[in-house]
Design a binder for this molecule. Sequence first.
Ligand code: NAP
Length: 335
Amino acid sequence: MKRRNLLTASAAMAVALGQHSQLAFAQGNGAADKPAQQTGPIPMRRLNNGVEMPMLGFGAYRVIDNAVAIMETALRSGYRLVDTAAYYGNEQQLGEAIVRSEVPRAELFISTKLWIADYGYDEALRAFDASLEKLGLDYVDMYLLHYPTPRYFESTVAAYRAMERLLKEGRIRAIGVSNFEVEHLRRLSEQTEVVPAINQIELHPYFSRQAQREAHSSLDIATQAWSPIGGIFINHPRTPGQIVRVLEDPALDHIAAKYGKTPAQVVLRWHLQNGVIVIPKTNHAYRMKQNLAVFDFELDAADLRAINDLNRDLRGGGNPETFDMDYMRERARRS
Ligand SMILES: NC(=O)c1ccc[n+]([C@@H]2O[C@H](COP(=O)([O-])OP(=O)(O)OC[C@H]3O[C@@H](n4cnc5c(N)ncnc54)[C@H](OP(=O)(O)O)[C@@H]3O)[C@@H](O)[C@H]2O)c1
């Protein structure tokens, strides 16, 4: 389990795409916002403990109103990985959606996260039980530390040790982290046994983080992109009224037209060709299908470079150095 030598991110993706090239795919869906055809099974990524994880899943942050119906629709549309978190407040609704969808449990890959208020060993064990109960499951496929909280790192480490225990007990199939910078990964590795299977980080064309992704590859940690199409800037605009719309970048429009795809599909494809696991969120059934229809085309090297060149090192989410309960309390006080 510890530090096994496995495929690099790009090699894993090549394997996944290679398997797919043998399948008959539906054709491209044409212009933006038209319903898309589903394009067959989603490629899997083999994680550093041998567990296989879908390369594309459904993100459940801010899926609140109508959450059961939306997540049931996602499952019925073909999503098998769902990314939720205790903090999102919809684990129970996801559990209900799973039951209603009638998708067999073994086909699903359910990922949830431990919230920072529950860091510490015993706290983490209790919070995990609560998540599992809400989900109505007897195991989860992936459990993540939501943020590194470096100012309280002993409790972060204690929480991760609790996750290692749950992994050993078979109540979690793989454990990982989220929002860890390379330095946080280093500190964690000094005090724990299991190399995180993934690091879920903010990643989109305006924040493409090549050095961080390379560090993950060298550590056998898979990279998963949150806000893969830039949703963070819409959910939490940095300046009220000034929303950054990544998908409206003219360069993406140009590339999308070339392939008969939408900007969202092109961005998801860029991630996948970089070996990055993606979890786009949408409340709309036609976009769920559109976001799945990304396995029937391939961006050429020039287009991959053009998207790399959009990087502005523009972070939309919380700063991992200071994102902890002190920060949350201060944020609540100010609002
Ligand atoms: N670990 C963390 O700290 C963290 C932080 C944030 C997010 N996440 C995870 O990452 C997931 C995805 O991130 P996100 O929800 O912030 O942003 P995202 O998936 O990048 O973008 C979602 C936004 O894009 C819109 N959208 C979806 N598909 C589209 C399409 N095909 N064309 C045009 N617009 C489209 C959605 O609108 P509609 O819903 O109206 O369609 C929504 O406003 C989350 O749901 C969550 O699971 C994790």
